[in-house]
Write a protein of this length. Structure first.
Length: 230
């Protein structure tokens, strides 16, 4: 084929350059570069839902050295009020030291139960294989005014071996709330925020390396070879 190299290399470069941009738009945004799912316990369907007025906790055992966010499956059956709540990460047990907290909101008529993503800034440093606890804390004043009707999805067949549900200080080994944890390996230096998420960030890095390699290959070739008919 005549001039095949002259057509192939510009086309390849164009694909490598544009691919991360397309995927960055398509992929969901995350708060940090190189953010990964760590602990996952979200079996569906949920067999039970725990009322928000109870003091609700879920212990977990991380494998990553940090925590950037948690997802919790909530539903808000209230048809008029968007309700705010606080997610706390405690060390060791339900009343252990609070390592970080973040306020979030659950929209009204959020009736089907959806994972809410709650990010922690700054990240929370963890020790892999140690025990930590997620606390979902709704103000008790919601009950006073008849506003609270928020529920946390759970199952009672012990789906998560790395922890358990804790209700008002009492562990329930067979029950687990629905949750997911996110973390990063970058604990010793700056964790760079990104609008595109960890997957797109990795693609950008891969593309940059590919462009360098292809460019180096082109530079090593003689100009006449690029337009060879053989």
């Amino acid at each position: 084929m005549k001039r095949s190299s002259a057509i192939l290399f510009p086309l390849l470069l164009s694909i490598l350059i544009l691919l991360p941009t397309v995927l960055a738009v398509a992929l969901p945004a995350k708060a940090y570069s190189y953010e990964f799912l760590d602990q996952v316990n979200d079996p569906l369907p949920a067999t039970m839902w725990r009322y928000s007025s109870l003091d609700a906790f879920q212990s977990f055992t991380p494998t990553l050295p940090s925590l950037t966010a948690v997802d919790i499956r909530l539903k808000n059956s209230n048809s008029t009020h968007t309700l705010s709540f606080t997610v706390k990460i405690r060390q060791g047990k339900w009343n252990g030291t609070v390592l970080g907290s973040q306020t979030a909101v659950v929209p009204y008529s959020f009736g089907n139960g959806t994972l809410l993503h709650v990010e922690f800034l700054p990240i929370i440093i963890l020790m892999p294989s140690a025990t930590y606890v997620i606390e979902v804390d709704f103000p008790k004043s919601y009950d006073m005014y008849g506003m609270a009707n928020v529920w946390w999805a759970m199952r009672d067949d012990d789906p998560y071996p790395g922890g358990m549900q804790i209700e008002s200080g009492e562990p329930i080994p067979t029950d687990d709330f629905s949750f997911r944890t996110w973390g990063t390996f970058s604990v010793g230096g700056e964790v760079i925020p990104t609008a595109a998420g960890n997957y797109a960030s990795l693609l950008v890095a891969t593309t940059a390396a590919s462009v360098i390699v292809v460019g180096y290959g082109l530079a090593k070739r003689k100009p006449a070879a690029l337009f060879s008919s053989e």
